[in-house]
Design a protein around this ligand. Structure first.
Ligand code: ZN
Length: 161
């Protein structure tokens, strides 16, 4: 396993539409392992293949529930409902966050590493992460949906401490 370089906003790779994964090759398995390691190292809850420069429809997500990490190949949203509004950030835009409204419930299908079709239903953070990561596969960043501008997530420590 190896850490991959996370591409940052401004890199044209983040604006491209990704292609479906046709088959699970050793290269895809290595990519998945590397993406999971890279996501954990960066303390993220999700990472999409284009964020490491690979234009494939593949995302990994771990929101800390008992089923993670989710490895979602060729994912598609089947159903959404409700609404949640809250802060969202992205590993491709470190130190920033902004308010985004997303569905509160998402049902999605995807293929696992055996190319078996799976379904996931998520609420709250998982629903948000699925929407966010799938947007990356079509070349979209959350910043396109932010209301009220971006703010910094890294604060200087108080000098009194
Ligand atoms: Zn992102």
């Amino acid at each position: 396993m190896a850490l991959r370089t996370i591409r940052e906003q401004g890199d044209p790779v983040l604006t491209k539409v990704c292609r479906p994964v046709a088959e699970i090759t050793p290269k895809i398995r290595t990519l998945v392992e590397d993406m999971i390691e890279t996501m954990y190292e960066a303390n993220g809850v999700g990472l999409a293949a284009p964020q490491v420069g690979i234009l494939k429809r593949l995302v990994v997500i771990d929101v800390g529930d008992e089923y993670g990490p989710y490895i979602m190949i060729n994912p598609e949203i089947l159903e959404t409902s409700g609404e949640q509004t809250g802060d969202e950030g992205c590993l491709s835009l470190p130190g920033k966050a902004g308010v985004v409204t997303r569905p509160n419930y998402v049902k999605a299908k995807y293929y696992d590493l055996d190319m078996k079709e799976c379904e996931v239903e998520g609420e709250e953070l998982l629903a948000r992460a699925i929407c966010h990561e799938l947007d990356h596969l079509d070349g979209h960043m959350y910043t396109e949906k932010v209301v009220g501008g971006l703010h910094d997530t890294v604060y200087a420590e108080s000098e009194e401490e």
